[in-house]
Design a protein around this ligand. Structure first.
Ligand code: DGY
Length: 372
């Protein structure tokens, strides 16, 4: 039987409560946990509906406060790790994790993951189409970084390495609970660490395809994603030199289906509002480190080739603890996303997707040549 976990922060309580109820209704689910960031008050708002659902479905619903487990900014990683540690202590058989902001969560997510686990996969990740201007950290930081560090393996090919939607069986759960790197990653970098750990366990990894995509609130300016972008950059940087997944690791995936039309037309962030970020003057410290980029700042993010060199430099030099590095890396990523949005997105959804996939293959090839 399965436990379903929703880490949450500031998502609307009505949405969290709806997703909790959907999970409770599934006959493979025996218990649901919501893990709340401390002091947000949301757990309090949810308590009534949680106890009503729990009585109605005769299954426990626990609203737990996240503990301080990691070393970095306290955030999603502490929430995930709170659940991972407790579920491992209880030797749970299967644990599903879902980000609480999914607006199209339904039984199909749980069902798809359960069926793959029934077929012997120790880890099941959900994959889903996203808008051409969504997933910009995934496309310009995480997948390129995984491609450069682990070319030819499943890591760069995973569709949603930052996805918080996955299932782990007992051995994978124990491995995550025992990993010092996973425990330390208290911030947005947690998804990258979980992806790396679970992909290298050799327990079989299945990607279940959610045809309708993951629907969630989108962004205003890319400034909304600043903290996430730099923490995800730091997480992928920290994987340098780690052992790659086995080349013959069992990996399978549902075939992708065409993205829904409305998603193909969706705009995920405000490009005009974002452009102002590039007009902010650099500080003296930022100017100093920008002078050491392999490509001058103005061209450093102009196209996929320049970005490859720039990102490779960031993956060596970036320091999460230094404000100048956070600001410069964020600015470079914004410049890359805006250049792509201006030059590639107008080709249409399918053109943009095949361009993005092509960039990942290109970074893998570059990574393979660097390894020789
Ligand atoms: C990503 O890039 O995948 C993040 O979720 C932000 O959209």
């Amino acid at each position: 039987m399965s436990l379903v976990v929703f880490p949450f922060k500031d998502e609307p309580p009505a949405l969290i409560s709806q997703n909790i109820e959907i999970a409770l209704r599934h006959d493979r689910v025996e218990e649901v946990w919501g893990i709340a960031e401390p002091d947000t008050g949301i757990a309090q708002d949810l308590r009534d509906s949680a106890s009503r659902y729990s009585t109605y479905h005769s299954k426990p619903v626990a609203l737990l406060e996240q503990e301080r487990i990691g070393d970095l900014r306290p955030g999603k990683g502490d929430a995930m790790n709170t659940a991972i540690q407790r579920a491992a202590e209880q030797d749970r058989e299967r644990v599903h994790f879902y980000d609480a902001d999914i607006t199209n969560f339904d039984a199909g997510w749980i069902e798809g993951a359960e069926r793959a686990a029934d077929r012997g996969y120790g880890v099941v990740r959900h994959r889903f189409p996203r808008a051409a201007t969504d997933a910009m950290i995934t496309w310009f930081i995480t997948r390129p970084g995984l491609a450069m560090f682990f070319p030819g393996t499943i890591l760069p090919r995973l569709d949603q390495p930052l996805g918080g939607e996955f299932l782990v069986t007992t051995p994978a759960l124990h491995a995550l609970a025992a990993s010092a790197d996973v425990r330390a990653r208290s911030d947005w970098g947690i998804d990258t660490m979980v992806t790396y750990e679970t992909a290298t366990l050799g327990l079989g990894l299945y990607e279940h395809h959610v045809t309708d995509g993951k629907r969630h609130a989108l962004y205003g300016s890319l400034a909304d994603l600043e903290t996430m972008a730099v923490e995800c950059l730091d997480a992928v940087r920290s994987l340098h030199g780690r052992p790659p997944p086995l080349l013959n690791a069992k990996h399978a995936s549902d075939s992708a289906t065409p993205a829904p039309q409305d998603l193909k037309e969706m705009v995920a962030f405000d490009a005009d509002g974002t452009a102002a970020i590039l007009e902010t003057p650099l500080t003296a410290d930022e100017t100093d480190i920008a002078g050491r980029l392999p490509i001058p700042l103005e061209q450093a993010a102009a196209d996929e080739e320049a970005w490859g060199a720039t990102l490779a430099h960031l993956l060596q030099e970036f320091r999460l603890d230094l404000p100048q590095w956070r600001a410069l890396a964020f600015r470079l990523w914004v410049a890359r996303v805006l250049a792509y949005t201006r030059e590639v997105v107008p080709r249409g959804y399918d053109g943009a997707m095949s361009y993005l996939e092509g960039t990942i293959r290109g970074y893998e090839t570059a990574g393979q040549s660097a390894d020789r």
